[in-house]
Design a protein around this ligand. Structure first.
Ligand SMILES: [Zn+2]
Length: 483
């Protein structure tokens, strides 16, 4: 009996709006003291009335459009009723039967191959409060921080199209990349701005038999998604192999022990007693509204990756590095500035020296202090032979520290290479006179001796000898007959 793994994901992403979903409180609560970003609406006090955050709705629709979803002309909010301390009003405002976006698809790469996963829906809801569990004086307490309550949250639900834990991780990374390109979410998993629940089940490859699924919660990194699913896949297959019953249930991933454990039997939609939210109007879309949102969308990662290969002659790996973040892709194109002849050289500099500098300083490309124009100038200085590649690498650091243009630094610090033939010839002749043994070795056929002589020329010029010109003059001098 050959088994096939079936995985579907439910992803929650906090939206990067200034205010919360249904009130004017600031949604940027990171680092704020508990319960300081609150008001009667997001505290769920009786009699308070929610107001829809228009920007959050537009961001959700933009996400749906980026995922190729259909945007139905009519959508509404519903109450999802359940009792839990993180939800003091006893219900969450969410969307049930009429979500903002339906029937989409995300295309992404698995080992260089294209994969498509269908998106069932994208809907908008409010985040819940955060519970903090503490032991105080030997007693256990659960404290509630309401700052997160009411932060706009989108839920993206896939069809069960994923077939392996690795695919699930790659899908999630691609989805996060899209959200970040759109600027609708930070996608930060560690901070809880991007969260994932995964459904996993087994079926026979012919689809004749299938087993109940587990829903895994508490996955807070891409790595834990893949590992938890790998664990669960093995657990389900082993149970089936032993002829045991599997039950539909919710399981939690215990990061330290690397296992999943039963949390509770799975709820069904009926358990939530959904009903339309009476305090909010429905949402209607016109084609004009959608055209306006579509027009504000940036080019998406996958098409941009393809275009970078086609337009700039980059390899797939290099194009992937440069399009991983929108800011880096924008930076690269600002450096190229319409002149494609230097595109590959620029790509090398960004993925090599500049990335190394970013890693070393722990900075993002917008914080590194090297303007695209300045990187381009640096590359042009090397191409014209004014400075060596080594000098350019040092200058990159100097530009990042000072913000001064490379051309100015070259002039100020006297870093220009010596390409002047008369000056080089003079130095070469002196070096040859001072190193008769190396010269004799070279003339006896030990051509490697030229490396030593070239080093001496360079040293005499403080490391600024133009290597190509210096080598040519040195070779010419060595070919002269012995006097
Ligand atoms: Zn509020």
């Amino acid at each position: 009996m050959e088994l096939e793994t079936v995985i579907g994901l439910e992803v929650h992403a906090q939206l990067l709006t200034q205010s919360k979903m249904f009130c004017g409180c600031s949604a940027d609560y990171a680092g704020a003291p508990p319960n300081t970003h609150v008001c009667p609406v997001c505290l769920g006090l009786p009699g308070s009335l929610p107001v829809i955050n228009r920007r959050a709705v537009e961001m959700t629709v933009m996400t749906g459009l980026a995922l190729g979803c259909r945007i139905p002309p009519y959508s509404k909010f519903d109450r999802k009723n359940y009792m839990y301390p993180d939800l003091p009003k006893g219900y969450q405002i969410s969307q049930y039967d009429l979500p903002l976006c339906v029937d989409g698809m995300l295309e992404f790469l698995v080992n260089g191959q294209r994969r498509r996963v269908r998106i069932r829906r994208v809907h908008l809801e409010e985040d819940t409060a955060r519970l903090i569990h503490r032991t105080i004086g030997g007693e256990s307490y659960s404290l509630i921080d309401m700052n997160r309550s009411g932060v706009p949250l989108i839920e993206i639900v896939t069809e069960p199209d994923l077939r392996s834990p690795e695919e699930a991780r790659l899908f999630l990374m691609a989805l996060r990349q899209v959200l970040r390109y759109l600027g609708v979410s930070t996608g930060n998993m560690e901070e809880g701005a991007f969260r994932c629940d995964a459904n996993i089940s087994q079926r026979t490859r012919d689809g004749q038999r299938q087993w109940p699924k587990s829903e895994i919660k508490n996955l807070n990194s891409f790595r834990s998604v893949e590992r938890a699913l790998t664990y669960e896949e093995a657990r389900q297959r082993a149970a089936i192999g032993r002829g045991e019953q599997l039950v539909q249930e919710t399981r939690g991933w215990l990061e330290e022990r690397e296992i999943t454990v039963t949390q509770r039997a799975k709820e069904y939609p009926d358990d939530y007693r959904y009903f339309p939210e009476p305090d909010l109007p429905p949402i209607f879309w016109t084609e004009d509204d959608l055209a306006r949102i579509r027009a504000a969308m940036p080019e998406l990662p996958l098409p941009r990756w393809e275009r970078f290969q086609a337009d700039y002659g980059l390899g797939p790996q290099e194009a992937a590095l440069l399009t991983e973040e929108r800011a880096i892709a924008d930076y690269f194109e600002a450096c190229v500035a319409g002149d494609r002849t230097q595109a590959r050289e620029i790509a090398n500099w960004i993925t090599g020296e500049l990335f190394a500098l970013l890693r070393e300083r722990g900075r993002s490309i917008s914080e590194v202090g090297v303007q695209p124009r300045q990187l381009r100038q640096l590359i042009d200085l090397v191409r014209r032979g004014t400075i060596s590649t080594l000098t350019a690498k040092e200058l990159l650091v100097a530009v990042s520290e000072t913000g001064i243009d490379p051309e100015v630094l070259v002039a100020e610090r006297g870093l220009a290479q010596v390409s002047d033939e008369a000056q080089l010839r003079e130095v070469v002749e002196r070096v040859l006179t001072e190193n008769p043994k190396a010269v004799a070795d070279y003339r006896k056929g030990k051509t490697a001796a030229i490396g030593f002589l070239l080093g001496q020329v360079n040293r005499a010029l403080g490391g600024r000898a133009n290597p190509a010109v210096a080598r040519r003059i040195l070779e010419e001098a060595l070919r002269q007959p012995v006097e």
